[in-house]
Structure formats: C-alpha cells, structure tokens
Write a new protein. Sequence first.
Length: 298
Amino acid sequence: MAPRNASLAGIMMMLIGILLFSINDVMGKWLVATYTVGQVLLLRSAAALVVIAPFVVRQGLSRTLRPERPGLQLLRVLLGSCEVALFYWAVSYLPLADTMTIWLAAPVWAVVLAAVLLGEKVDAGRWLAAVAGFVGVAIALNPSGQSLSMPAIIAVVGSLSFAALMITGRQLKGTPDVTLVAWQTLGALVMGLILLPFGWVTPTLADTALLALLGIVAMVAHLCVTRSLKLAEASVVVPYQYTLIVWALVFGWLVFNDWPTPSMLVGAALIVAAGLALMVLERRSSAPAEATQPVEPG
C-alpha cells in the first residue's frame, strides 16, 4: 500500500476505533445506572474473552500464558483493572464529557510520572505543556462548592491509573497485542468477580445482550486502533484520538441530556492543546513513535 493510502487508511481506522470506544462508553454509562460496576466488568470481560479466544489459540497458548517480564505484566493488569473499574464508577455519577475530559489528561500525567518514577529527562517545553494540562484539569473540575466531589476525585485517580498504564505499556512494547489484551481482559474479569459481592441486579435478556455487546465493541475498537498504528505513524493518527471529546459531547447531549459547562469546555480545550503539544515535542525530540499511546478509556 502506498504511504499516502496507508496513512489515510490508518486515520480512518483510528476514527472508527474512537467512535466505537465512544459508543462503548455510552453503553457503559447507561448500564451502570442499573447494574453494579462488578456486574458490568464481569459480563463485559467474559464476552471479550470469547471474542479474543480464537486469536489466543492462533498465537499459541504457551506464548500467551507465559509472557515476558511477568512482574511488569502483572502490574499492568492491576493498573488496567483498576482504571476500567474507576472509569465505570466515575461515569455512573458524572456527565460523559466531564469524565472523558479528565481521562484525556492521562498523557499529561504520564510526563510527570515518567520523570518521577523512571527518571526520564523532561525539557522546558514539555513541562510547560504539562502545566497547561494541569490548569485545564483544574478549570474543568471547577473546584468550588459541589464541583470537586468524590466522583470527580475518582475520575482524577482513574486518569492517573491510565497514565501509569501507558508508562508500563512503553516498557512492554515488544509483547504481542493479543497477549496484552488477553491478560488485561482477564484482569478486568477478576476485578468484576472481586466487586460482585457488593451488589447484583439480575439482568433482563436484552440487557444481558447489551452487557456482552459492551465487551465485543471494546474489543473491535481496540483492534481498529491497533491496526491504525500499524498502518501509519503514531504522530499521524494519534491526534485523532481527541475526537473522543467531540463524541462525548454529542452523545452526552443526545442520550443523557447533559449540557457541558463553560469551564468544562475551556478545560477540555486546554487539555487537548497540551496533549497535542506534547506529541509534537516528542516527535521533534525524535522519541520513538510508541511513546505517545492512544487513549482508550474503559
């Protein structure tokens, strides 16, 4: 495939993947209004494991079950399981766009965590972009009165968990995608089992199908994003991940009648600008393309 055609195909796959993730988030918010986070995680992950099973078999069970650097793999599974549980917990209380705005700050948190935990050198430009991102989060949260609520704090912790997940992903870039997804899905299933005793609502047949579809849509979305990054350079396709906030605004208004506040819109604009600036600075400093990972909340 010609480079231009490959780039266009990569952009299209990224756009489709982000749209599917947005639909997945809407379904998740809809379902956690009735069912517990543990139920959603359990049934969603079980359906996803059924979908990914043929890929695991084709890759080989031994290669999947015995990944390289098992300690770091376990840490990634723990972070991923906590992140997705916190996402569903936060979105059950907050408007979809507000939750997604905080989650899009993950690349900003990742800069600071990489500097503190891994000793990575961060130049002045990236620190400036990170500060702009922090300001965006503060404006979006609007920390006064009831704005800085427990759900908002949960969203920030979830975003930090996702940033840590991104950093561990950098350390495991040689691990096959099927292995990473299989273990992370299994971890989410275990997290669902752990949370299950805190409540159970017997789902209807239709909602059982929706809960299963939740996992399948997430799996297809992940495959689209992964394929996008193989068709084109990350610097070309990753900016399109920020269409996530557009879909969150649209679906939040259409499905849940949520109207974004001015502070949230300003904060979202600053966070997106900071994320794009970090990507440009990473590219100019000739960092590996994998350093900027696509955001895949929930």
